[in-house]
Ligand binder design. Structure first.
Ligand code: FPP
Length: 266
């Protein structure tokens, strides 16, 4: 009889997750300072259970809370979550409207709690394209939490990397016209100053759930040297234990940013 057949299904995976949980310590300086997540697989999670897709989004929201809390506990200063892309408007109107309501209601429910935990909430994306009620809420939440110095939580809603770059270039050109500076004076730093993430560090780690391995127009500029972690787990099944597993994987990466490993000459 094979040894592993003595154990219930999922035993070894749970044991591995429990081990990784123990090896990640809060405040570890080798943890990523900025984690970005493409929360994918809500629809498939619901379909597997013969439920409407909206149930998947509801279940996904619970994980947003869990992972946000875990980042706070571990002292990871920046977390960016991709909640709705500029391309997601192509979904059935009913699903889009469900998601907009979910964003509104969840912000209404959790902002006070996050605010008391000193979480600063910012939104990345074309906020003017959101329904008026949500737009107002977004501005209020940003203003209410602006002075907080705890976790920086970025929610990407109506976000697209290409449109972010286009709006940045437009502002840069306007600035160039008004202050008449030469094209040579346009630098990476100057352009980055017009991105939605201006002033924030680039993500060190990007996690995408559900088995897809693509960037889907997310943080195109900011992920130039980000480490990627892909998992087959669907977002509503992705909890703090697997999050810590992703952090462990990150800790083992060798980041060279185009250079060579320190001390190595050949
Ligand atoms: C992708 O899964 C998920 C989304 C487009 C929505 C994600 C939104 C949430 C988890 C709620 C977050 C709420 C706040 C306030 C941040 P999918 O629907 O594309 O899944 P599929 O690929 O299996 O169909």
């Amino acid at each position: 009889m094979k040894l592993y057949s003595l154990f219930p299904k999922g035993f070894w995976r749970r044991a591995k997750l429990a081990t990784s949980a123990q090896t990640i310590q809060p405040g570890d300086p080798t943890l990523p300072q900025h984690v970005a997540i493409i929360m994918d697989g809500n629809g498939r999670w619901a379909r597997k259970r013969d439920l409407p897709r909206t149930f998947g989004h509801e279940a996904g929201l619970k994980k947003v809370r869990e992972i946000t809390e875990e980042c706070g506990r571990l002292g990871i200063p920046y977390l960016t979550l991709f909640a709705f892309s500029t391309e997601n408007w192509k979904r059935p109107a009913q699903e889009v409207s469900y998601l907009m309501n979910l964003f509104y209601q969840s912000l209404q429910q959790v902002t006070a709690e996050l605010h008391s935990q000193r979480v600063r909430i910012r939104f990345l994306g074309m906020i003017d394209g959101l329904p008026a009620k949500l737009r107002t809420m977004v501005k209020e939440v940003e203003a209410q939490t602006a002075a907080n110095r705890g976790l920086n939580l970025n929610l990407a809603i109506n976000y697209g990397g290409r449109s972010e770059l286009v709006q940045a270039v437009r502002q840069l050109v306007k600035e160039a016209q008004e202050q008449s500076f030469a094209p040579e004076e346009i630098t990476e730093e100057r352009l980055a100053g017009y991105l939605f993430t201006a002033g924030q560090p680039d993500p060190d780690l990007l996690i995408r759930t559900s088995g897809e391995q693509r960037i889907s127009n997310f943080l195109l500029w900011q992920t130039a040297y980000t480490e990627f972690y892909f998992t087959d787990t669907l977002w509503p099944d992705f909890g703090p234990a697997e999050f810590r597993e992703a952090l462990l994987a990150y800790k083992k990466r060798s980041r060279r940013f185009g250079g060579i490993k320190e001390g190595r000459v050949k």
